[in-house]
Design a protein around this ligand. Structure first.
Ligand code: URA
Length: 253
């Protein structure tokens, strides 16, 4: 297996440390023999760059984590948020909806007009497409089996892309939502979501359908349902369904 590049390792490490700090850890919960495999902790720690060393550490963290942050506490902390300029044009904060204990979380970009009106994510045209993907395609129940949220909780005017400072202001709440839910898999819907979760600009057409990791949780990248509606080709629909089949397989593991 090729060794991941240093910037990718550093980014993953940073995400992981932020994740631990937010959980309340003040040191790193490594148990060299049981987590890192047969060798001494020291020798394994000196080469933390392979999937075989990284994966079990994350798994261990998830199962050994402190009693979980509650989603309602995250919502409470968000309050009547004025942390970025989007608050001045929004009607409603769209925090997220679905099962707070879901195995699967979809992360979109930001609320549109319908979502802003109703205070719920993915209730407009793109939302209907997402529901169809979940219910008809994956044979899951949207409310019972998934949780859905966005990288920003307030509607960007004219449905423009969220600006970097808006994403930065909202990001701690997305991180905490994901920590509170601790799903088995996350799906990033579209480029802004994938780029935010991975901390780099993601060429979504190239990287969709591939597994990544967000704070120890498997992360699948796929096309945004709004894009799918705009480019409603057989190829795009098949691609999204293939991506979702990979997610279903991961949930069954
Ligand atoms: N598009 C998104 O990315 N999120 C929503 O909630 C609705 C549309």
């Amino acid at each position: 297996m090729p060794t991941p590049e240093k910037p990718i390792l550093l980014r993953d490490l940073k995400n992981y440390l932020v994740f631990l700090k937010d959980y309340g850890y003040s040191d790193i919960p490594l148990q060299p023999d049981s987590i890192l495999g047969s060798g001494s902790g020291k020798s394994n720690l000196s080469r933390p760059s392979t999937e075989t060393t990284r994966q079990p550490i994350m798994t261990k963290t998830r199962t050994n984590a402190k009693p979980n942050l509650l989603l309602e506490e995250v919502r409470e902390e968000l309050g009547d948020c004025t942390r970025c300029n989007l608050h001045s044009t929004r009607k409603t904060i769209v925090f997220g909806s679905g099962n707070p204990h879901a195995d699967l979380v979809f992360v979109g970009e930001g609320p549109g007009a319908d979502e802003d009106e109703q205070g719920l994510p993915f209730v407009g045209r793109a939302g209907k497409k997402l529901t169809e993907i979940i219910e008809k395609g994956m044979k899951l129940n949207r409310e019972r089996d998934t949780y859905i949220c966005n990288i920003v909780k307030c509607r960007p005017p004219e449905n423009r892309d969220p600006k970097p400072d808006e994403v930065t202001a909202c990001n701690p709440f997305l991180i905490k939502q994901l920590q509170a839910i601790r799903p088995k898999a996350i799906v990033a819907l579209g480029k802004p979501s994938a780029s935010t979760l991975l901390g780099r600009t993601v060429p979504i057409m190239k990287e969709r359908g591939t597994w990544h990791e967000y704070a120890g949780i498997p992360l699948m990248l796929t096309l945004h349902p709004a894009y799918l509606l705009r480019a409603y080709t057989l190829e795009n629909r098949r691609n999204v369904m293939n991506d979702m089949n990979k997610v279903l397989a991961k949930l069954r593991e």
